[in-house]
Design a protein around this ligand. Structure first.
Ligand code: LLP
Length: 459
């Protein structure tokens, strides 16, 4: 992972390049991506899943979930490592296509795709459109028919498996916007048929639609998941559904995508398992279910994002203001807490604010013999909630001009960044083979006016 090594001078290094040198050359805040690490993680998923499912299902496909960190470079790295690319909007689709990803290896997601997005996917000839609702299925079927095209469809199911993770990013509840429930509906509204599950209504409709190629089904049970059992249980429920489809329609659907959500280590308490192990455990569960249900194995695919891009990234910040306050302790006393403010914050990494996400921070330019004290790393935004790392022990002598690194920031940071308080978004630098290359340049203040129309700008 990026930022786990130090050189003899105590400076943090990424692929042998010193953090202070990177900061000096490219400025801070800076998102440093370890390209070799990203590629190695992509390969580990690819080979781990392919090997685990080789005998059972003739292998497996891995779609890189672009939403976690999609740029022309990362899409290309994923494709070069043999991965396919999962996109979540017309914009992400455009990036994947521009990166040269084979359209047949692209999937398009979204619970509310526009006509323009659906048409772009059909025109490009993407390999799969993951359909989220009965409404969308009917709409896409009509759109494809109008255009004289056939839509390659995967149906997104909600198997009712709830991942043990933060509520905002768990997506397997039935009472949520995504997917077709496997549970029978109680109402005759919005395409539902009372007594039948939305999933089975959708399968029947998809099989009946001339303009639809029903490839298979999809499910995604949540994010930052460590318990492998969740994936197995979801697979089992969805395979039971495929057996039901076979009994009802005499059709064995060819593809099954089990989504992403594989957890990573943000701090030392997280202990993710290697992809090969996750794959082996899942293959075991799939095999048992197939035997019990007397089904042939569909082509299996998964969609990891965070587990590929997250650990490959590290954000470098420069320390500015520090102060120490008296903080209340749980036992009713007070203790000193140090605040260390850096030159970025919730605009380059909104995850702590949005999800209460935990990160850690380390001194990046030097080690120190000073006492480690309880520290809160905060940003520079006009908001007291603008915290990057809630509690971390950092050397007491850390001060103005020092460099801090926050590891595991590759996923859902750059892609969720904003210009709040008119801060300019950081550059993204890729490090490979001992060299650093800017893949996204730092925003300038002039960029802040790029979309404004005002007489002072002459437009
Ligand atoms: N496939 C589907 C259908 C998804 O909805 C997602 C994530 C993924 C794959 C990739 O999941 P991953 O392997 O990256 O966990 N912004 C939130 C995460 C939202 C995830 C949404 N869907 C965060 O920063 O934690």
């Amino acid at each position: 992972a990026a930022g786990v090594d130090r050189d003899d001078a105590g400076r943090l290094t990424v692929q042998g390049l010193g953090a202070p040198d990177l900061a000096a050359e490219f400025g801070t805040p800076l998102l440093v991506l370890d390209e070799d690490d990203f590629r190695a993680r992509a390969r580990a998923f690819r080979s781990g899943f392919d090997a685990a499912f080789a005998d059972l299902c003739g292998g497996a496909d891995v779609y890189y979930a672009g939403k976690s960190l999609l740029t022309l470079s990362t899409a290309r790295w994923a494709a070069e490592e043999g991965l396919r690319v999962d996109t979540a909007s017309g914009g992400e689709l455009a990036v994947a296509l521009r990166a040269g990803v084979d359209p047949a290896h692209i999937g398009l997601h979204g619970n509310n795709k526009s006509d323009a997005e659906l048409t772009a996917a059909l025109e490009a000839g993407v390999g799969r459109i993951i359909v989220d609702s009965i409404d969308e299925l009917e709409h896409l079927a009509a759109l494809a028919a109008e255009q004289g095209r056939r839509a390659p469809v995967m149906l997104r199911l909600t198997p009712g498996v709830h991942a043990h993770t933060h509520d905002f990013i768990a997506t397997a509840h039935e009472d949520q916007k995504f997917g077709l429930s496997l549970a029978p509906a109680t109402t005759d509204r919005d395409g539902n048929v009372a007594g039948r599950s939305p999933a089975s209504v959708a399968v029947a409709a998809a099989l009946a639609a001339e303009s639809v190629d029903l490839l298979g089904v999809h499910c995604h049970i949540g994010s930052q998941i460590f318990e492998a059992d969740g994936f197995g249980l979801a697979a089992e429920r969805v395979l039971e559904f495929l057996a039901q489809v076979k009994a009802e329609h005499g059709v064995e659907l060819a593809e099954l995508d089990l989504g992403g959500g594989h957890g990573i280590a943000y701090t030392a308490v997280d202990a993710p398992r290697p992809p090969a192990e996750i794959a082996a455990a899942l293959a075991d569960d799939v095999q048992k279910a197939l035997e019990r249900l007397q089904l042939a194995c569909p082509r299996i695919s998964i969609e990891p994002g965070r587990a590929i891009s997250g650990p490959a990234g590290l954000t470098l910040y420069t320390v500015g203001v520090t102060k120490t306050v008296d903080a209340d302790t749980p036992d009713g006393g007070t203790a000193a807490r140090r605040y260390v403010a850096v030159d970025g914050g919730m605009s380059d990494n909104p995850r702590p604010v949005l999800y209460d996400a935990d990160y850690t921070a380390v001194s990046a330019a030097r080690t120190s013999d000073a006492q480690a004290v309880l520290t809160r790393v905060v940003g520079k935004h006009c908001e007291s909630g603008d915290v990057l790392v809630r509690d971390v022990y950092l050397p007491e002598d850390l001060g103005r001009g020092d460099l801090l690194a926050v590891p595991a920031t590759g996923a859902y940071t750059h892609v969720m960044a904003s210009n709040y308080n008119a801060l300019t978004r950081p550059a993204v630098v890729a490090v490979a083979g001992g060299r650093a290359r800017v893949i996204i340049r730092r925003e300038t203040q002039e960029d802040l006016f790029a979309r404004e129309a005002d007489p002072r700008l002459g437009r």
